[in-house]
Design a protein around this ligand. Structure first.
Ligand SMILES: Nc1ncnc2c1ncn2[C@@H]1O[C@H](COP(=O)(O)OP(=O)(O)O)[C@@H](O)[C@H]1O
Ligand SMILES: [Mg+2]
Length: 436
């Protein structure tokens, strides 16, 4: 470096750090006088721990008169009045690279098994703008997910985003695990947000298994973590998927569940004094969802196909989060408890589900076959009650007769064992045969 360059370099270095002081703590909120910072910036709060001094990471979430309002990424038991608050003047960044594949990390990007991160990773901000909508290539190619009901009747495109709407215990995790293991995508990025610790383990060990994990990066923020960490988990996972999209890959992204992200944002919103709006959800919830969900999809370099699960109580698809998410995404799959109760897994209610891009992606032969099978199903279900009580007489309607005859075959076509691998080609052949 030349002497002059060095001088100007020294000029640019900030030789003092920005510090503030904790004034008060109310619940999860920390109010401090200074440091100079903006919303979303990460700060370090220096505290005297039981044995040693340590630093707690927190984020600027608001301002009150001249005070800065911070929320911590971890517990805050040791903070006291006067604790030093150090500004980093940067929003949250995580380290990412191919070395993360096969790992389970937390919202801040640290491996959950306590191991240290490999070298050579790149730091990226977790919050990014969605790709410019005008520069987004249209979705033109199908992606194999390896689930027969989806590849044949609800075909998904590379870069398409789908909501999976279901109650608890209907088979969301199992279905996501199947997709992760069977899909032809280059890599899976899976965000587990707001689940209990036990559920996260079950998903990784049972649903994903070693085979699925070996081509996945899992980001987990369990229900016991602070609300801000659960929100960050969703952002970190999305940023990691973006990193691999920018490398030109076709990424399979899953978020289970987006409802829990919304609930975490509601918690933060209420704490900083936002008014509750629809069903107690604050306005920021409805601002954050499109910002987050629009980040996946296609860009000029690669694609992120997204599956976002949404928790619905009973069959209430009009609950505010379900309604908002459905409006943003390009399709919704409904998992039905009544099908699960009958042992029909995956419990996808084909007639209530839609992939909005399917018709652009498939051949006429495939499309027509899918329509035919839907028709058989709907004809059967419309007359199911009559058939079951024996009120329907064979021969009364040719359509119903045909539907009744084909129904068992269709149901066994829709069923798929969790370890059953089916290529898209096989699924398409099978549905064409089924409709014939
Ligand atoms: N494809 C499947 N085949 C057989 N059983 C399934 C299948 N999918 C789900 N199940 C059953 O449903 C239960 C709950 O599934 P899970 O995926 O954990 O639901 P959720 O994530 O929606 O709470 C599983 O323990 C399993 O018994
Ligand atoms: Mg689950």
């Amino acid at each position: 470096m030349k002497a002059l360059d060095l001088l100007s370099y020294i000029d640019d270095i900030e030789t003092y750090k920005h510090y503030g002081k904790v004034k008060r703590v109310v619940g999860l909120m920390i109010e401090s006088l200074g440091p100079e910072s903006s919303i979303g910036d990460v700060c370090w709060i220096h505290v005297n721990g039981k044995r040693q001094k340590r630093k707690i990471q927190a984020e600027v979430v608001g301002f009150k008169e001249e005070n800065v309002i911070l929320m911590p990424y971890s517990d805050i038991q040791e903070i006291s009045p006067g604790s030093l608050v150090e500004a980093t003047s940067k929003p949250l960044e995580v380290k990412v690279g191919t070395a993360l594949i096969g790992k389970v990390i937390d919202s801040l990007g640290n491996p959950m098994d306590g191991s240290i991160l490999p070298k050579g990773l790149k730091s990226i901000p977790t919050d990014q703008n969605p790709p410019n909508p005008l520069k987004r290539p249209p979705i033109s190619e199908e992606i194999e997910v390896g689930v027969r009901a989806i590849d044949s009747l609800l075909t998904v495109g590379k870069g398409q985003r789908i909501g999976i709407f279901a109650g608890s215990g209907v088979g969301k995790s199992t279905l996501l695990g199947m997709i992760a293991r069977n899909t032809k995508a280059d890599i899976n990025v899976i965000a587990l947000i707001g689940e209990r610790g036990r559920e996260v383990r079950e998903f990784i060990e049972r649903d994903l298994g070693p085979e699925g994990l070996s081509k996945s990066i899992v980001i987990a923020a369990t229900s016991d973590q602070p609300a801000l960490m659960r929100i960050k988990g969703a952002f970190t996972a999305t940023a990691i998927a973006e990193y691999f999209r920018d490398k030109g890959l076709n990424v399979m992204f899953m978020m289970d569940s987006v409802t829990r992200v919304a609930m975490a944002q509601r918690e933060v919103g209420l704490a900083v004094g936002e008014p509750p709006a629809t069903k107690g959800y604050t306005p920021s919830v409805f601002a954050i969802l499109p910002r987050l969900l629009e980040r996946t999809g296609t860009n000029e370099k690669g694609t992120i196909t997204g599956f976002y699960t949404v928790l619905v109580d009973g069959d209430d698809m009009n609950e505010p989060i379900a309604d908002t998410v459905r409006g943003i995404l390009d399709g919704h799959f409904v998992l039905d408890r009544s099908l699960a109760n009958k042992g029909q897994f995956p419990a996808i209610n084909v007639l209530k589900s839609i992939s909005r891009l399917m018709n652009h992606l498939t051949t006429d032969l495939h499309k027509n076959a899918a329509e035919k099978v839907r028709e058989y199903l709907s004809t059967y279900l419309n007359s199911e009650d009559l058939i079951n009580i024996g009120a329907y007489k064979r021969g009364a309607s040719k359509e119903i007769d045909e539907a009744v005859e084909r129904y068992p075959e269709i149901i066994s076509f829709l069923k798929q064992k969790t370890d059953e691998k089916i290529t898209m080609e096989e699924s398409i052949k099978a549905i064409i045969k089924l409709a014939d």
